[in-house]
Design a protein around this ligand. Structure first.
Ligand SMILES: Nc1ncnc2c1ncn2[C@@H]1O[C@H](COP(=O)(O)OP(=O)(O)OP(=O)(O)O)[C@@H](O)[C@H]1O
Ligand SMILES: [Mg+2]
Length: 288
């Protein structure tokens, strides 16, 4: 696999030189391979949003480098837009950034900026809307007539319509009910698979990370604490807990069972896997 995102000693200091100076990320070295689904976690203020806003050039590093597909994105600052199209970013609470009078216009904003033909813009808007399961009729509505979950899906469609190689979402399901949440996560997963895209998902839900991610990036106090497989990260449960982070409930239960001598892996992180192991144990013991 090849590297799609790389950062080198990436640092960002807000309000440098004032009394409000704040190092939000410090010396971050990352290597994310193409096609990965990365869950990004970390306590509040650990630097998650600051980090991801560097990956499409929305924020400029105070020091250090960002490479996308091997290219230093700030080598030619005038060309930074190119990376904004290649790396799509959905902000936290993106519904506050819907500003057009119709859903159609909102979704077409990105593709229009790319300088595509009217025909191609139309094709992309309809395709992206269908992807997030918005009805044709919704396209002519005002975004303000929509439900919270629908608005969120409009914002995601606007980014997907640019067909980015990398899709980054900052807590896309915050504040939604479980149905709205599952729907959006399902759509992100589908985009990941269909487009062979690289996905970074910032989330506070360890259950969601365990279910969808292949790798986990743990931020702690402006630095990368860990970047590893889901299994490896959740097996370090006590360290995670000491940083104020949870591990999936099922991992905690399996760890407690393992401590009591039951032959189950303490690194289990999906309910499915726990079920299979428990059924296996019961079968061995002759329980039907
Ligand atoms: N625009 C800004 N100006 C000044 N400081 C900022 C700004 N944005 C963030 N910070 C500070 O930078 C640090 C990292 O913030 P960031 O928003 O990246 O964290 P986060 O991990 O995304 O947190 P959360 O989980 O609450 O979204 C925090 O101390 C925050 O107060
Ligand atoms: Mg944030």
């Amino acid at each position: 696999m090849s590297t799609i995102i790389r950062t080198e000693q990436l640092s960002h200091i807000y309000s440098q030189g004032t009394v409000f100076e704040q190092a939000a990320i410090r010396n971050v070295n990352l290597n994310i391979e193409k096609g990965e689904f990365v869950g990004v976690i970390g306590h509040t203020g650990s630097g998650k949003s600051t980090l991801i806003q560097h990956l499409n050039g929305l924020l400029r590093p105070t020091s250090g480098k960002v490479y996308i597909g091997g290219e230093d994105i700030w080598a030619k600052p005038k060309e930074i837009r190119r990376f904004r199209f290649q790396v799509g970013l959905v902000f936290q609470y993106p519904e506050y950034q819907l500003f057009e009078d119709t859903v159609y216009k909102d979704i077409s904003f990105g593709p229009r900026n790319m300088g595509l033909s009217e025909e191609e813009i139309d094709r992309r808007v309809r395709q992206a809307a269908a992807f997030v399961e918005l009805k044709e009729a919704t396209l002519q509505k005002s975004p303000f007539e929509l439900s919270g979950g629908q608005k969120r899906r409009v914002a995601i469609a606007g980014v997907i319509a640019m067909s980015p190689d990398v899709l980054i979402l900052d807590e896309p399901t915050a504040g939604l009910d479980p149905r709205g949440r599952d729907r959006i996560l399902g759509e992100i997963k589908e985009y990941h698979q269909q487009q062979k895209a690289t996905v970074l998902l910032v989330s506070h839900s360890m259950e969601d990370i365990a279910r969808y991610a292949s790798k986990v990036l743990v931020m702690n106090q402006a630095q990368v604490f860990l970047y590893d497989t889901v299994e490896a990260v959740f097996s370090r449960g006590s360290e995670m807990e000491s940083m104020g982070l949870n591990i999936p409930q099922i991992t905690r239960i399996c760890r407690q069972l393992a401590e009591r001598g039951i032959p189950i892996s303490p690194q289990t992180y999906t309910v499915e896997s726990a079920k299979d192991q428990i059924l296996g144990i019961l079968q061995k013991r002759g329980v039907k």
